[in-house]
Write a protein that binds this ligand. Structure first.
Ligand code: URA
Length: 211
């Protein structure tokens, strides 16, 4: 594990990577998206959460998790007693992939291909190096498979800890949008997300609980 970076040093490094990612054309998604939506939050910090890709709101605002899934995540973090302001939030893919909606209003999310996820890997790997979390929480299959490999199944392996070569503990759970999609069983799906977030937070060593 490299020595922990000082806060100023880390945010400067992150600004540099954010700038580079803003000009990324390594796959075709940049063409239709408004811009790169990079991660945000304190650096270094003990907990980093990674979703799939920005949605319609995130694309318009240029910030991760500010739409309906983000609001649900905020509530789940609060219910899991995790201070949202201490979490670095990012996505496996930095551009919004969508199909234009017929009514012209809401653009409909489209799952990124493995090649698109692969093209973005360089960005979250560099975020991980700078953020230096103790724990990386993976929200949904795209993020989980990007980090833990294509054979990973959230349905079978959620809440299990995996140690990455860097020593970071990666733990996957469902994506908050799975709660929004759930109907009668929504309360149960939500409770599962909160419980997994509690598990994720429990892997942060006591010595790093406040950073
Ligand atoms: N879903 C994600 O995976 N990330 C966001 O930033 C918003 C919605």
């Amino acid at each position: 594990m490299p020595r922990p970076a000082a806060r100023g040093e880390a945010s400067e490094a992150l600004d540099g990577v954010r700038g580079e990612a803003g000009a990324c054309k390594d796959c075709d998604l940049w063409e239709h998206a408004t811009g790169t939506v990079f991660g945000e939050g304190p650096v270094p910090t003990s907990l980093m959460l990674m979703g799939e890709q920005p949605g319609d709101h995130e694309d318009r605002e240029g910030r991760p998790f500010v739409g309906p899934a983000g609001r649900l995540l905020d509530k789940a973090l609060a219910d899991a007693s995790i201070d949202r302001s201490s979490v670095y939030l990012t996505n496996a893919v930095k551009h919004f992939k969508f199909v234009p909606a017929r009514n012209g209003k809401v653009r409909v999310h489209k799952t990124p291909t493995r090649a698109e996820v692969g093209a973005c890997r360089q960005w979250w790997e560099r975020e991980l190096q700078i953020v230096q979390p103790a724990v990386l929480g993976l929200l949904g299959a795209t993020a989980a498979q990007a980090v833990l490999g294509p054979a990973f199944r959230v349905s079978k392996q959620r809440a299990e800890p995996f140690e990455l070569p860097s020593g970071v503990i990666a733990v996957a759970t469902i994506h908050p949008s799975a709660v929004l999609r759930a109907r009668e069983e929504r309360a149960e799906v939500y409770a599962g997300l909160v419980s997994d977030l509690e598990t994720i937070a429990s892997h942060v060593p006591a010595a790093r609980r406040r950073s």
